[in-house]
Design a protein around this ligand. Sequence first.
Ligand code: BTN
Length: 331
Amino acid sequence: MTRERIKKETIISLLKESSGYVSGAKMASQLGVTRAAVWKTMVLLKKDGYLIESSPAKGYLLVESPDLCIADLKKNIAATKKIGHELFFYDSVPSTNMVAMELASQGCPDGTVVISDAQTAGKGRLGRSWSSPPGKNLYMSIVLRPGISPRDATALTLLAAVACASVLRRFASIPVSIKWPNDLIVGHRKMGGILTEIKADLDRINYAIVGIGININLTAEEMPQEIKAIATSIFIETGGHFSRSELAGALILNFDKWYRLLLTKGKKVITNEWLTMSSTIGKRIRVTAMNQTFEGVAEGIDDEGLLIVKLHEGTYRKVSAGDITMVRTNS
Ligand code: BTN
């Protein structure tokens, strides 16, 4: 963590712990810096969206925090067993998955979380980009070291989808369902997505990065033109603004619960829950995968999370990656 970020986080914690003004001298001595340095950090915090009143006699008073506040988030996730004990927060990075990958290669612990207010090169599935403007959405990556085989890696994606969909249903009362493999869908529009990347030997995952993007406070006008027809946000669905710290906290707590279940009870628990939340199973679908398109009925997922599609002639085909669309039937 940079020196500037340590100063910011310490000052925010001191201001939040106090019910009134905190003197510049007290903060300066805690940080081992001058009062002028404290003042400079206050200017930066105001730029970050903190509303801070200052009085020459009394010091500084925190009036309002931005909706993505690291101190609030840390408090919200204090009870987790594994996820978020190490938490990295950035204003802007190319991609939280890339940062998490780098941290994982340097040996960061299982459950390390990376969050950024914005991404300049957000990555989506199948080489697509992920629109990541600042101040609006959640961009988060989690480093996992589950000690499972690469064949079981899909369980991590299914787990993330279950954790996200259940939190969105509870937190914002939105009827979110999961479209195979990992789209968080409301009606026919996408509210969020998950990108899992792994580093593995033949028989064992070294680490996996589960990247989660959820559109939260983005308005219809702010939605990029190219995804307007197919994407949505919590704000668009509910008309309400939501705190990103609270949503991220609830999501990390829920992810922690499902991750523990995966490690103690195995992937069947995850698959079963995924099936109850899926809007794909039982539907007639069109699959586009590996430059091929075919239609059939989505019958279920197998032990490895592959989609089982029943074709017209009664044979079955398994799909590991690709895009699906629902096919309207006239009956
Ligand atoms: C999809 O295409 O549905 C997956 C989108 C995943 C986006 C998230 S945002 C946080 C993390 N960092 C990235 O670059 N991508 C994932």
